[in-house]
Each structure stands twice: as structure tokens, then as C-alpha cells.
Ligand binder design. Structure first.
Ligand code: ZN
Length: 133
């Protein structure tokens, strides 16, 4: 008869043996994918800005008329904004992953007593003063 302890022990052994084989390659893959993706997004952002600059140059030098300029400009701008949003998300996702929930950013302090306000608190835990956003 197999006991729970034996099952857990078997799982633990499998986890220890399987860890370097299973976890390492997938982590490495993830890093490559993420870096590659970020790199692509950065390139796409730069390309969008270059396209915008070229467009402006063409317009100023009279190569294209105002209607074409306006159409293309809004298209390139939308593209640039889209890429920047994705880039922002990619960077945020990466930093959130690596730092977890312990983000040191935006520490707030009570304006009444100076105690630190925990994230999400609407009132100071020390003196009860409402927290200003
Ligand atoms: Zn306070």
C-alpha cells in the first residue's frame, strides 16, 4: 500500500531530479523570447519615429501634399503609440515579474503624522487621516 508520505517523497525526488532538466531550458527560452520581443518592439518604435521624421521632411520639402501628409502622419502616429503601449506593457511585465509585488516605487506618507501609508490604504493606520492621492 502506498502512503501519502511515499507519494510526496516520490514527487519530491522527481522534482529535484527534474528541476535542472525541466526548469532551466524553459527559463532560458523565456529570456530569449522576452529579449527578442522587447528588441523587436524597440526597433518598431524607432522605425515609426523615423517614418514620421521622413514624412515631415517630405512635406516640408514639398514632396507630398498636405492631405497625404495628414493621412500618413496619423497612421504613423497611431502605429508609434501602439508600439509604445506594447513596449510599456512588455517592460512592466518584465519588471513586475522580477520584483514581484515588492515595488519600492511610490511610497506614500501620511500628511498628518508622517507614518508610511501601505499601498491600497485610504486612511492612515496611525492617526486615521484620509490619504490624499
Ligand atoms: Zn497619520
Amino acid at each position: 500500500m502506498i502512503t501519502i508520505v511515499e507519494v510526496l517523497l516520490a514527487l519530491a525526488v522527481m522534482a529535484v531530479i527534474g528541476y535542472p532538466l525541466y526548469v532551466k531550458p524553459s527559463l532560458a527560452e523565456g529570456d530569449v523570447d522576452e529579449g527578442d520581443n522587447l528588441h523587436k518592439l524597440v526597433s518598431a518604435k524607432e522605425a515609426a519615429f523615423v517614418a514620421l521624421k521622413d514624412l515631415e521632411f517630405d512635406y516640408k520639402t514639398g514632396k507630398i501634399d498636405e492631405a497625404d501628409y495628414a493621412t500618413l502622419k496619423s497612421r504613423y502616429e497611431a502605429e508609434a503609440v501602439n508600439v509604445m503601449k506594447r513596449l510599456d506593457n512588455a517592460v512592466k511585465g518584465k519588471s513586475a515579474e522580477s520584483s514581484g509585488k515588492h515595488t519600492a516605487a511610490k511610497a506614500r506618507y501620511c500628511s498628518g503624522c508622517g507614518k508610511k501609508i501601505e499601498e491600497g490604504d485610504r486612511f492612515c493606520a496611525a492617526c486615521g487621516q484620509p490619504v490624499k492621492k
